[in-house]
Design a protein around this ligand. Structure first.
Ligand code: PHE
Ligand code: ZN
Length: 872
């Protein structure tokens, strides 16, 4: 979809929601697949919606469709009754109350580089319909509150497409003349059009089965390209564990005879929950120890679970409109996080979830695209698949559960599903089910859905030795965001405890509910002033301030809650790093703060007890996280300080890092349990410190590990150290890696990324050269994210280079991409839109680049929305 230069695309508003004028009861689809010209015939059984305002004409969405023929109740429609709508839709004048509409259209999968609708990838056919891709397949009321039963017949050349898949259960197949064949699929469950899917091609299946709690057998299959069948084991295992977990935790059972997954290398997102036929980015399916890292294995488990859980939270109960996106996404992320926490170390899982929330969602919530979990308006819905809708949405569900309790939350889920099965509903309906099941009034709590911005939680405390009374004063405020200048207080559950001077937990632990702008909470009978441990488990998505460096150091050493222990250590480091940034700017020499060194030393002492936790805690806060705490960022200074600290800590503790690196070597075969991944994480954290240390043997160690490493986690960690260095081993290793893995797209993505995030000063030059590399492909979203995305979002020091060349590079990339894949282009704009965070000189160049993008004729509405909001 492109827009004329002069007319801005329309804004869609939540308050304008109207029920659909016509409903679709059933859909009969027939697809005759050809790469350049696919014929799609649709028979829609429709009727007027009794709940909607009467409309004389029928309007259907459509985009990039060539209409071949149309008939109403069997009679061809005269041209006079047909009109094309501006975006490509269809208006049919004067339809009866109930009727069958048959349309025949032609589409070109081959020409579809947008990867929305029906497209080709490696010669195979895939569809992507969320959010508005079905209208690129046939004329339809393409909105989630129109739920219909689908029967789909696919026809294709047998040799090119032996496999023909769609939603639901298989219902016949047969031969046709000219080497073609067909297969029919019937989906008994009514569904919105965004859950429709077709996959056809030369794919092979990894198969298994699952017996549900009520004893039904479900045939499971993961379809991949020939040769990849052996790389599906982890995904299949994750699927079976997810199916079991949803039965055990929520009593939710799978509802079809088959569950199919198909993996595709050209995909705009991570994966898609189409009913009975999930489509996955290969990144979240394929894993072998020698090609996938521990992070990849974790990602597969999470995404497989996420898409499977959508079967109930998303598919059986779906969204009324796209403003309700978090109804399915926030809830389903909450469910996949809970599942993953149950599979291994819940504490370490929580740390990494919070780290991700702070890295992506907090900046979004403080920037020009800030929006509530339930947005009020959008120009392009694809721009709202955001960290706020997903991650903050999950945090809101999590707080709700903390407020009403686990048992009531489970009753609330039962009630939600029982009330709304086969319906398209709102976030309000979800909150109401939770309120009715618990008896807890959630009216104030609902503000979390409507207000954007990250609340700031401040703490003050006072102790009266005479009475033994300790008073905690908690206050909150939420900064203004675009369109929301004033904010109301939100209920913030603060899980807490008190720690005595000896480090022991004192009585008084619990959950404080801060509902007003400021409240006092008192604790009596204390002998001395305690240290408060606040936001245990990160009980609310807020920014906490008010604790002293001493208190943070104490909590990092003593608190019983692993989240607070980790976070206090990180906050301590941030405080020191911010102080050092000022010194650097004043051109004072930097010195390793002794307090920070002793925190690291204590972590090293305890590292053997919990390697996974130690690996998380030993890593210094990221450059972005530190810059995010400054009024005006200073990427150069932050980078210099962080590199200085890595080098001086590496040098100071060289012997201990070297010991960890020697001792934690994997023994036996590669395993992905929490203990094994924790050991590898700690070992590679140690290597990264040695790699920066002065006079260390980091390069030699990394080169050896690169050559002998038995798994991708170790090999890539070693390559990362080399890629950051000026050593001759760097070029040899990069060349060897490329030569070995040139045939594996997912591994090649890692090769691009590792160069894009290198801290070397010449990185931008390297990235520009890589853009011309024969293995680079602007049409492959994974490759674009691996190079352009990784550089712009993962290398602040080089992206924000003072000359502005990094900004120009990103703007050029966005412009080139917008002509190929508008969704991917719009998603790349983010880093440029954060110009208010930078100093005046950088900000001016960033704005100039945004203006340059905006001036392009024919810019897509998605990129237009991101850029224009970014400039505002
Ligand atoms: N609904 C998918 C998920 O979160 C994400 C997605 C959105 C995929 C839009 C493709 C297109 O599980
Ligand atoms: Zn989802």
């Amino acid at each position: 979809m492109t827009t004329a230069e002069t007319t801005p695309p329309p804004t869609i508003r939540r308050e304008d929601y109207r029920p659909p004028a016509f409903l679709v009861d059933s859909v009969e689809l027939h697809l005759a697949l050809h790469p350049g010209a696919t014929r799609v015939t649709a028979s829609l059984t429709m009727r007027r919606n009794p709940a909607a305002a009467p409309a004389a004409d029928l309007e259907l969405d459509g985009e990039a469709l060539t209409l071949i023929s149309s008939a109403l109740d069997g009679a061809p429609l005269e041209p006079g009754r047909l009109a094309r709508l501006p975006g490509g839709g269809l208006r049919i004048a004067g339809v009866p109350d109930a009727f069958t509409l048959r349309t025949e259209v032609e589409i070109s999968p081959e020409a579809n580089s947008e990867l929305s609708g029906l497209y080709l990838s490696g010669g195979n056919y895939f569809t992507q319909c969320e959010a508005e891709g079905f209208r690129r397949i046939t004329f339809f009321p393409d909105r989630p509150d129109v739920m219909a039963r689908y029967t789909t017949t696919i026809e294709a050349e047998r040799a090119a497409c032996p496999v023909l898949l769609s939603n639901g259960n298989p219902d016949g197949a047969g031969e046709l003349p000219d080497g073609r064949h067909w297969a029919r699929w019937v989906d008994p469950h009514p569904k919105p059009s965004y859950l429709f899917a077709v996959v056809a091609g030369d794919l092979v299946a990894a198969r298994d089965s699952f017996t549900t709690q009520s004893g039904r057998d479900v045939a499971l299959a993961i379809y991949v390209r020939r040769g990849d069948e052996d790389a599906c084991g982890h995904a299949m295992d994750s699927l079976k564990r997810s199916m079991k977990w949803d039965e055990d935790t929520y009593g939710l059972e799978y509802d079809l005879d088959v569950f199919n997954i198909a993996a595709v290398s050209d995909f705009n997102m991570g994966a898609m929950e189409n009913k009975g036929l999930n489509v996955f980015n290969t990144k979240y399916i394929l894993a072998r120890p020698e090609t996938a890292t521990d992070t990849d294995y974790e990602g597969i488990e999470t995404v497989v679970a996420h898409e499977y859980f959508h079967n109930w939270t998303g598919n059986r109960v779906t969204c009324r409109d796209w403003f309700q996106l978090s109804l399915k996404e926030g809830l389903t992320v909450f469910r996949d996080q809970h599942f993953s926490a149950d599979q291994g170390s819940a504490a370490v899982k929580r740390l990494s979830d919070v780290r991700r929330l702070r890295a992506a969602q907090f900046p979004e919530d403080a920037g020009p695209m800030a929006h509530p979990v339930r947005p009020d308006s959008y120009v392009e819905i694809n721009n709202f698949y955001t960290a706020t809708v997903y991650q903050k949405g999950a945090e809101v569900v999590r707080m709700m559960r903390a407020l009403i309790g686990e048992a009531a939350f489970r009753r609330g889920m039962d009630l939600y599903i029982q009330r709304h099965d086969n319906q398209a509903v709102t976030i309000e309906d979800f909150a109401q089910a939770m309120q009715d099941a618990s008896g807890v009034d959630l009216s104030r709590f609902r503000r979390w859905y409507g207000q954007a911005g990250t609340p700031e939680l401040r703490v003050r405390d006072a102790f009266d030795p005479a009475s033994g009374r300790y008073t905690l004063t908690l206050s909150q405020s939420t900064p203004p965001t675009p369109g929301q200048p004033e904010k109301l207080p939100v209920p913030i559950p603060v899980r807490m405890g008190l720690i005595g001077a000896d480090g022991a937990e004192l009585p008084g632990a619990g959950v404080l509910l801060l509902e007003e702008a400021e409240q006092d909470f008192t604790f009596d009978g204390l002998a001395s002033r305690p240290v408060p441990s606040l936001l245990r488990g990160f009980s609310a998505p807020v920014r906490l301030s008010g604790l002293s460096l001493e208190q943070l150091g104490f909590l990092a050493a003593h608190d019983s809650d692993p989240f607070v222990r980790w976070d206090s250590g990180q906050q301590y480091a941030v405080a020191e790093m911010l102080r050092m940034v000022q010194e650097f700017r004043a051109q004072k020499p930097l010195a390793l703060p002794e307090g920070l060194a002793s925190n690291i030393s204590a972590l090293l002492d305890g590292a053997a007890d919990d390697p996974a936790f130690a690996a998380e805690a030993l890593v210094l806060p990221s450059e972005d996280f530190v810059a995010d705490q400054m009024d005006t960022a200073d990427p150069e200074a932050v980078h210099a300080v962080r590199q200085f600290l890595r080098a001086s800590l590496g040098t100071r503790f060289m012997a201990r890092f070297a010991a960890l690196h020697d001792e934690l070597r994997d023994a036996g075969p590669y395993r992905t349990d929490g203990i094994s991944t924790g050991r590898r994480a700690l070992r590679n954290t140690a290597l990264s410190y040695i790699g920066r240390a002065e006079g260390g043997d980091g390069i030699a160690r990394a080169a050896r590990q690169f050559e002998t490493g038995g798994n991708m986690t170790d090999v890539l960690s070693a390559l990362r150290v080399l890629a950051d260095s000026d050593a001759p081993e760097r070029e040899t290793a990069l060349a060897a890696f490329h030569a070995r893995w040139r045939g594996d797209d997912l591994v090649l993505d890692k090769w691009f990324t590792i160069q894009a995030i290198s801290s070397r000063e010449d990185t931008l030059r390297v990235v520009e050269d890589l853009l011309q590399h024969r293995d680079f492909d602007l049409r492959n979203p994974n490759r674009v994210r691996a190079l352009v995305g990784a550089f712009a979002a993962g290398n602040p020091a080089r992206f924000h280079t003072a000359s502005g060349e990094g900004y120009r590079f990103l703007a050029d990339s966005v412009i080139a991409l917008d002509a190929v894949n508008t969704q991917v282009a719009a998603r790349m704009v983010g880093p440029l839109a954060q110009w208010k965070r930078q100093d005046a000189a950088r900000g001016a160049i960033m704005r100039e680049e945004l203006r340059r993008i905006l001036a392009r004729p024919g810019l897509s509405k998605g990129t237009y929305e991101k850029v224009s909001k970014g400039l505002a």
